[in-house]
Design a protein around this ligand. Structure first.
Ligand code: ZN
Length: 161
């Protein structure tokens, strides 16, 4: 049974026009994360552009019953340009959920001045000093990969990336 003071989590998907769709209500963060990750992987062809995670305290009256835990916003990926790139909060971290791309930006776990980025398909990672720089570096990785492809073959198929 759920008791007074217990915490529940909800994930809400928000559309371009502001419409809301409930994805799940869970007790454990990991369970909610699993639902969210699954949703993000297939969101490219939907009009959902944001996911909001709310934390609810059972038995609370008024607005304090809900606290916004985090938000995720969908954007164009700096590598593959698909709109499968999800950015957490005010650019804390980001990841492309396209199965062939999976480019990512993460704060370094040791050095908090550092932000790392990577593109698994090219087996590349790079240390950066800001989120904006990490995005530019990722775009550069793609450009480098295209340049290399152009050297080895005369025809560059941009859709490969
Ligand atoms: Zn991507």
């Amino acid at each position: 049974m759920v008791a007074r003071g217990d915490r529940l989590l909800t994930a809400i998907a928000i559309g371009r026009e502001g419409g809301e769709e409930v994805l799940a209500m869970m007790i454990e963060d990991e369970d909610l994360d699993m639902v969210i990750r699954g949703f993000m992987a297939d969101a490219e062809n939907t009009d959902i552009v944001e996911i909001r995670v709310d934390s609810w305290t059972v038995g609370t009256i008024g607005p304090d019953a809900r606290e916004i835990e985090r938000t995720l916003r969908r954007d164009a990926c700096p590598v593959c340009t698909r709109t499968s790139f999800w950015i957490e909060g005010e650019e804390i971290r980001a990841a492309c959920h396209d199965r062939l791309c999976k480019a990512w930006i993460e704060p370094n776990s040791v050095d908090d001045e550092r932000i790392d980025c990577g593109w698994p398909s090219a087996q590349k990672t790079r240390a950066c000093s800001s989120f904006g720089e990490a995005k530019r570096v990722l775009t550069q990785m793609r450009a480098e990969a295209e340049a290399n492809a152009a050297e080895t073959t005369d025809v560059v198929d941009a859709s490969e990336f």
